[in-house]
Design a protein around this ligand. Structure first.
Ligand SMILES: C[S@@+](CC[C@H](N)C(=O)[O-])C[C@H]1O[C@@H](n2cnc3c(N)ncnc32)[C@H](O)[C@@H]1O
Length: 238
């Protein structure tokens, strides 16, 4: 009996060791990063690339971008939105906590010899807020992956210059079917209620929160068939 309990405990410890690994960047214990695994094929999904372009177009339509603006794109991934915005502004700093996504983005930066775009490893849920300040912070389809929203929204506010603008694009409230079940550990919000999110931004210190619809689309879901999802863009001023 004792031997059985001990072996069960050992299985548990082995399982935990697999689930938790030491981050080479921050020294924190963290769960497996789904985005590290997805990075190499991230841009091979035409639906995703098209959606990010639509988000980029909506930002350009909503915000008066100028070539003296420095932009911070949090949860930048492989830079689909960052690179869309780059020709319209002075610099874009892409930040992400997936080393593999950043590696893909750095490959693109090197390939095209871009000198006004950089990719930095950052997790604002755990790391200090960087010292640089930006005219615009963009967060596109990343907020639903952020557990500690309060902390990260405060960090966005801090990262902006006075009168700087936040552009937050994400899913409207959805029934939890947008992602496959095996992604559940990385999904902390099943979309957002726009009004509740705007109120939250106001409580963090943002002003003039406005929302608009970026896209409505059908997407196949795991249970079978397709469902409609929609994406909003909220803009707010510091
Ligand atoms: C759905 S992807 C969006 C990618 C991107 N915005 C684009 O334009 O294609 C979500 C991104 O958020 C990143 N992410 C998730 N949690 C994060 C966190 N706590 N800190 C920084 N990045 C995070 C992921 O690594 C991933 O690259």
């Amino acid at each position: 009996m004792e031997v059985q309990i001990l072996s069960l405990a050992l299985v548990d410890i082995k399982g935990l060791a697999e689930i938790f690994r030491k981050s080479p960047f921050s020294g924190q214990l963290m769960t497996r990063n789904r985005f590290d695994e997805a990075a190499a094929n991230w841009d091979n999904e035409p639906r995703r690339v098209a959606l990010m372009k639509t988000i980029g177009e909506k930002i350009v339509a909503q915000v008066q971008l100028t070539t003296d603006m420095d932009v911070f794109d949090y949860g930048c991934g492989t830079g689909l939105v960052s690179l869309y915005l780059l020709p319209h502004v002075r610099t874009v700093t892409g930040a992400d906590n997936s080393a593999a996504m950043l590696q893909v983005l750095r490959g693109k930066i090197a390939e095209t010899g871009l000198s006004n775009m950089e990719a930095v490893h950052l997790d604002l849920e755990h790391d200090a807020v960087p010292k640089n300040r930006y005219h615009m912070v963009v967060v596109s389809m990343a907020m639903h992956h952020i557990r500690d929203m309060e902390k990260v929204l405060h960090a966005f506010h801090e990262l902006l210059v006075p009168d700087g603008i936040l552009c937050l694009a994400d899913l409207d409230t959805e029934p939890g079917t947008f992602h496959p079940a095996d992604a559940a550990e990385s999904v902390h919000h099943h979309g957002f209620d726009r009004n509740a999110l705007k109120q939250r931004l106001s409580s963090v210190g943002f002003t003039e929160p406005n929302d608009t619809t970026v896209a409505k689309f059908q997407k196949p879901v795991e249970a079978g068939g397709e469902q409609e999802f929609s994406i909003f863009l909220i803009t707010a001023r510091k």
